[in-house]
Design a protein around this ligand. Structure first.
Ligand code: ADP
Ligand code: MG
Length: 250
């Protein structure tokens, strides 16, 4: 589904990613872990198409298509979706309208008509209940005045409605108490299926107790220096990141 090869990325002349390789197949959940400043957020942002990053070398293919040639909207319509570490507030735009507009844009791209209002309402109610969000959140401006945990739940709500092929979640667990994390993790788990892939960026192992990944990668200084199964996350929790680096340069 996703193939990142030899990716080099700079931000304002600072080299962040230095030859990163990553392959994700449909149905898989991958976790990217690593110390602060390693380039984890940069990786997911570049895949999603956020501005401000310069790809100086390498390729990103999504279902065989060259992602770097696609605009951010095209990527989203193709099914690439990024949930943010710091979800943005959009004053004046009701949450429910954003959800509907995003869903309809996606349907239009597939040559489908707009979703009928009753069907949309049913879908939104059902999914907000799954995220334990009071329906009043749908009528509020997007993320405005939402607590950290409410914003994260809202990000997952978007995913439950838009059903991306590749869902990327950057530090979705940051700022969540244990109950909110459980709700968010359940939401993410309900996204899991054979046709979809999930990329989790996190530096805490605790999230991975709730969303058990198939593959864990350690990103240090712009490269993936080690990959393994879910047990690697436990080892990192135990031993930190230094030993991985030492191993990788040895
Ligand atoms: P991580 O998510 O692993 O903590 P990031 O991808 O956010 O790391 O950042 C990697 C490096 O890029 C950090 O050193 C950070 O300071 C730098 N960086 C990120 N965004 C910018 C920016 N807009 N301008 C300059 N440097 C940036
Ligand atoms: Mg980050």
């Amino acid at each position: 589904m996703l193939e990142v090869k030899d990716l080099h990325v700079t931000i304002e002349d600072k080299v962040i990613l230095k030859g990163l390789n990553l392959t994700i197949n449909a149905g898989e959940v991958h976790a990217i872990m690593g110390p602060n400043g390693a380039g984890k957020s940069t990786l997911s942002a570049v895949i999603a198409g956020k501005d401000g990053y310069e790809v100086t070398q390498g390729t990103i293919l999504f279902e065989g298509q060259d992602v770097l040639e696609m605009e951010i909207e095209e990527r989203a319509r193709a099914g690439l979706l990024l949930g943010f570490q710091y979800p943005i507030e959009i004053p004046g735009v009701k949450n429910i309208y954003l959800l509907k507009a995003a869903l309809n844009a996606q349907r239009a791209a597939r040559g489908e008509g707009e979703i009928p209002a009753p069907e949309f309402m049913k879908l939104v109610r059902e999914k907000s209940a799954e995220m334990k969000m009071d329906p009043s959140f749908l009528q509020r401006a997007v993320n405005e005045g939402f607590s950290g945990g409410e914003k994260k739940r809202n990000e997952i709500l978007q995913m439950l409605i838009l059903q991306p092929k590749l869902a990327m979640l950057d530090e979705i667990d940051s700022g969540l108490d244990i109950d909110a994390m459980k709700v968010v993790a359940d939401g993410v788990n309900s996204l899991r299926n054979a046709d979809r892939a999930i990329l989790l960026v996190t530096h805490y192992q605790r999230l991975l107790n709730h969303i058990v990944p198939d593959h864990v990668h350690v990103l240090v200084d712009g490269r993936i220096v080690k990959s393994g199964g879910k047990e690697l996350a436990l080892e990192l929790e135990d031993r930190g990141y230094d030993w991985v680096l030492e191993e990788s340069v040895a």
